[in-house]
Design a protein around this ligand. Structure first.
Ligand code: ATP
Ligand code: MG
Length: 238
């Protein structure tokens, strides 16, 4: 609530107030450089605000102890904007990575879990391939399987469909919706795409100048009269 964050003299968040309800899928939109990724990094505890409060699952993030943060992170999944697969590790090892770092599962339990998550993102049969051998859309899905591997209660997606063709991008949107519906998890999704808003959102916010300027359900959002939003969307919604 009322979160402010600056890097040096550059103010990024200036009184951002945003709440996400349990089980809800919230979409964040806004111009490039407006602080969308920075907002998600506050939720995951990679950045700390200068002022204001950030609460995640009952934890005050400015008071959280390292061990509590470690435990909390196990309950969160994060799909990085840059994809962030490790190129010299196979698909299966990339997906298993969060488990290797912090879980007590046996090798075969881990493999079962990896197989289950790859199936969930419709990549059954992909296992030993290296990231360099699969397409961009498949990489995003591997990233999604990795974000889901710890069975998180909260999942953060930073532009899950950037740079993909419209068909694959729509299949990623549908996957995000499917995951939200079947696993009943809370999701935050950054996107620039109206198709993503239509498919995944329960609620949409437009960030600008470090604040929320529009906050509405998807249909209302797309038809909203706010001049900044009309300009941002660039056209009338069809
Ligand atoms: N660690 C950092 N140190 C310094 N400046 C940063 C840091 N992280 C982000 N910024 C700055 O904060 C601003 C917001 O960045 P952010 O990555 O949140 O933008 P964004 O809304 O996600 O944009 P895009 O749509 O391009 O991904 C940018 O000007 C960026 O340069
Ligand atoms: Mg970003």
């Amino acid at each position: 609530m009322n979160v402010c964050k600056a890097f040096g003299s550059k103010v990024v968040l200036s009184g951002l107030t945003l709440d996400v309800k349990r089980g809800e899928t919230l979409v964040l939109m806004g111009p490039s450089g407006t602080g969308k990724s920075v907002t998600l990094r506050h939720v995951i505890g990679l950045l700390r605000q200068d002022s204001g409060d950030v609460w995640v699952e009952g934890h005050d993030m400015s008071l959280i102890k390292p061990l509590e943060l470690f435990e909390l992170r196990k309950r969160m999944g994060y799909l990085f904007q840059e994809g962030a697969l490790i190129n010299w590790m196979s698909v299966a090892d990339n997906v298993a990575l969060p488990l290797m770092e912090n879980s007590s599962l046996s090798r075969s339990e881990m493999e079962d879990r990896v197989r289950e998550k790859l199936k969930l993102v419709h990549l059954d049969g992909v296992w030993d391939e290296m990231p360099g051998e699969i397409s961009g859309g498949m990489k995003k899905r591997v990233g999604l399987a990795r974000a889901l591997i710890t069975e998180p209660e909260l999942i953060l997606y930073d532009e899950p469909n950037a740079g993909l063709d419209p068909e694959i991008s729509q299949s990623i949107n549908e996957l995000i919706r499917e995951v939200a519906d079947t696993l009943k998890i809370t999701s935050m999704v950054i996107t620039h795409m109206v198709s993503c808003v239509r498919t995944v959102a329960d609620r949409v916010v437009l960030l600008e100048g470090g604040k929320v300027i529009v906050d509405a359900p998807p249909q209302e959002f797309l038809n909203h009269e706010h001049p900044r939003l009309r300009r941002f969307l660039g056209k009338d919604p069809d």
